[in-house]
Design a protein around this ligand. Structure first.
Ligand code: NAD
Length: 459
């Protein structure tokens, strides 16, 4: 488990062990021992699998490619988590991401445990045939530990529905006559994927922000005012007025957040800045997100980087460097690109008073502490970006039943599930003095503690 995650989990255990309402039948010294045992279980994966995939390249050379599947915890259900194709993949990173999946699924009551996979390659350096072979070999080497009721991978960085379709096909070939649709999620629609899966994370991120501000705080204001929470004055100053928004990242997650904010009819928020790997685009009056989406669709997901390209699509925007998005004087900043974007060296330049994490771990632990000291509200990844895994769960259910839902029904179920979690953690956040990230971890660790205890895993 990574340092930042480990510290928050340890803090959660400390808080929970001091609360007599959690595992109330355990008292005295045994209480300390039990919470130590939970810490030991959560800080290490159940199993680490490593293989060297043997691949014959197009030029005839045979190479061995390191690949991982790490199964962190399955107390709540089969292991679940993506497979990342990236040259920086290593055991520690995969292990940390697997632990995060255990916590995220527990937080949102998704009946899965946590797992993660990785292959140490830069996928852009391999041909389509080679990538197909790598996917097939991954399933062959790890076949004994994968399956709809054992461990269900999904896409992650460097993989998408194409890779999931290839892997599902290989699983089907190896297990003839067995159910296979639930073996991988994030598949294409024709191969048994779920409608709405691609948009689910971005929609869930925007929903989390909107629900907190426009529903939860507004409806519970008089109760929240009795708590003296230092973040409440900022939240109150944001109520009942249009807000300015900046979004880092314009991919699957960021572009959907932009679209949701742009089309939101209830309050006329203005998206003034968006960015991608090349550029930040800024317009004080609001960017024409519909035209940017069209541009991006016509240009392999990229934003325009020149004045001429903007003019061709009737886009009025100032062109700034890609980091500029982080430092705009906006009300809300959505982070939907990469990890570690706000760190100790740039955190003081961030002006937004509300930050929502669409990406995983876009704020370092050090920067998080500075933001907390500056009373910036951070809606953390574990809470906001779970839409993908929640709809993966719906995909798994649909695959098992071979009954498929409409897109509208998928979103209805997604919002219902997320709202249930939000209604559980927001009161914890506003009534206590922790950051929202800590409240979420406390809640997830509390659920895992109860399950581990009831299953007799703490003796
Ligand atoms: P994506 O590849 O579709 O988009 C990433 C975006 O970030 C692109 O616009 C890219 O140009 C931009 N980007 C890349 N490098 C950048 C840089 N150095 N500075 C600024 N922008 C940069 O990825 P995605 O699926 O939208 O995922 C975004 C983040 O959200 C990732 O961290 C991912 O792990 C996380 N996430 C995604 C999902 C999902 O369902 N897609 C679920 C949970 C978490």
């Amino acid at each position: 488990m990574g340092k930042q995650t480990g510290t928050i989990v340890q803090q959660a255990l400390h808080i929970l062990s001091a609360d007599p309402a959690i595992l109330p039948t355990i008292k005295g010294n045994s209480r300390e021992q039990i919470f130590q045992s939970i810490g030991a279980i959560l800080s290490t994966p159940n199993k680490t699998h490593k293989a060297y995939l043997r691949i014959t390249l197009d030029n005839g050379n045979v190479v061995r490619i390191p690949a991982y599947r790490i199964q962190h915890n399955d107390a709540i259900g089969p292991y679940k988590g993506g497979i990342r194709f990236h040259e920086s993949v290593n055991e520690d990173e995969v292990s940390n991401l697997a632990a995060l999946m255990t916590l995220k699924n527990a937080l949102h009551d998704v009946p899965f445990g946590g797992g993660k996979g990785g292959v140490v390659i830069n996928p852009r350096q391999y041909s389509e045939r080679e990538l197909n072979l790598i996917c097939k070999k991954y399933v062959q080497y790890f076949t004994d530990i994968l399956g709809p009721d054992k461990d269900i991978p999904a896409p992650d960085m460097g993989t998408g529905e194409r890779e999931m379709d290839w892997m599902t096909a290989e699983y089907k070939t190896i297990h003839p006559g067995k159910p296979y649709l639930g073996s991988f999620t994030g598949k294409s629609i024709v191969s048994g994927g779920s409608l709405g899966r691609r948009e689910a994370t971005g929609k869930g991120v925007y929903f989390t922000f909107k629900y907190m501000l426009e529903s939860y705080i507004r409806s519970n204001l008089s109760t929240l005012e009795t708590y003296n929470n230092p973040y409440l004055p900022i939240a109150k100053s944001y109520l009942n007025r249009p807000l300015t928004i900046a979004i880092q990242g314009f991919g699957n997650v960021g572009a959907v957040i932009a679209q949701e904010a742009f089309r939101d009819q209830s309050v006329q928020h203005t998206v003034v800045a968006v960015s991608d790997r090349n550029v930040t685009l800024y317009n004080e009056q609001g960017l024409p997100i519909d035209k940017l989406l069209q541009y991006s669709a016509d240009h392999a997901g990229e934003l325009p980087t020149t004045a001429e390209a903007c003019v061709a699509y009737h886009i009025e925007a100032q062109i700034q460097d890609r980091e500029a998005v982080l430092y705009q004087a906006v009300d809300v900043l959505f982070l939907a690109a990469l990890e570690e974007q706000i760190h100790e060296n740039n955190v003081e330049q961030v002006k937004a008073k509300w930050i929502v994490e669409g990406a995983n771990a876009p704020i370092t632990g050090e920067a998080d502490d500075v933001l907390a000291a500056n009373n910036v509200i951070v809606i953390p990844d574990i809470l906001a970006n779970a839409g993908g895994v929640i709809v993966s769960y719906f995909e798994w259910l649909q695959g098992k039943d071979t009954q498929f839902y409409s897109e509208e029904h998928v979103y209805e179920l997604l919002y219902e599930k997320m709202q249930k979690t939000l209604d559980q953690v927001f009161p914890l956040f506003f009534s206590q003095t922790h950051q929202l990230r800590q409240s979420c971890y406390n809640h997830a660790v509390m659920k895992l503690s109860q399950v581990l205890y009831r299953q007799g895993k703490l003796y």
